[in-house]
Design a protein. Structure first.
Ligand code: PGA
Length: 252
């Protein structure tokens, strides 16, 4: 009997984009056409907080999961502007991106803080998508493996084994995000293999590893066919129903 292929996971990261009207069109299109994808691909969208009520309304009862792009490192209290994992869980959120490079850079988030955020998400029954990735300078200096290893180690050192087993990890080379210059399938696979080894050693199981950074309909299939790439985290292209679905179809 042929070995059953694991379902691929394709998650959209809307970043700070959208409006109620635009979201309505995009979500309706996704819901209608998601049914045409086989069950071997799972879809999700991570949206700005103000749209949680909308996605809850439009996606509840559909196969499309939804989530947020960050959560607070704290549970509650005097943290003006923060939003806790428990709050978003009340909207049926099941996914939370943590440690995206835009937050690490623009909001100077450390790997330790990212680890605390991952922990808060898991405590609220939300699966964190932990992002790791090197800058172009770090890659050129031959530090890619060291950088991503250290970013992931901070998270693995904070979480207990049960929580590690529930993680999703996304490799997003900083130089590939929003630049149109994706990592090659070989470059991505190489780093995914390193992450896989590190995770297997620490958690003992196979957690989903997503690739992110300029994934488009024309490179998705090759990226997703790599042995250690379990799907993608899609930024710009997730705002187009046609592109997002074409990328998802590329994972089949
Ligand atoms: P991109 O972004 O697909 O627009 O490169 C990916 C991400 O930042 O998650």
């Amino acid at each position: 009997m042929a070995k059953k292929q694991r379902a691929k996971l394709v998650v959209g990261n809307w970043k700070m984009n959208g409006s109620i009207a635009e979201n309505d069109t995009l979500l309706n299109g996704l819901v209608q056409r998601a049914a045409t994808l086989e069950s071997r691909v799972l879809l999700g969208v991570c949206v700005p907080y103000p749209y949680l009520a909308q996605v809850q309304m439009q996606l509840t009862g559909t196969p499309i999961a939804y989530g947020v792009q960050d959560v607070s490192a704290y549970t509650h209290g005097a943290y003006t502007g923060d939003v806790s994992a428990r709050m978003v869980a009340e909207f049926g959120v099941t996914l939370a991106i943590v440690g995206h490079s835009e937050r690490r850079t623009l909001h100077t988030e450390s790997s330790k803080l990212v680890a605390a955020k991952a922990q808060r998400a898991l405590e609220a029954n939300i699966i964190p998508i932990v992002c790791v990735g090197e800058t172009l300078d770090e890659r050129r200096a031959g530090q890619t493996n060291t950088v991503i290893h250290a970013q992931l180690t901070a998270v693995l050192d904070t979480l207990d084994k049960d929580h590690v087993a529930r993680l999703i990890v996304a490799y997003e080379p900083v130089w590939a995000i929003g630049t149109g210059q994706s990592a090659t399938a070989q470059q991505a696979q190489q780093v995914h293999a390193v992450l896989r080894k590190q995770l297997t050693t620490r958690g003992g199981i196979r957690v989903p590893l997503l690739y992110g950074g300029s994934v488009k309909p024309d490179n998705a299939e090759e990226l997703f066919s790599q042995v250690d790439i379990d799907g993608g985290l899609i930024g710009g292209a997730s705002l187009s129903e046609i592109d997002f679905l074409a990328i998802s179809a590329g994972s089949l």
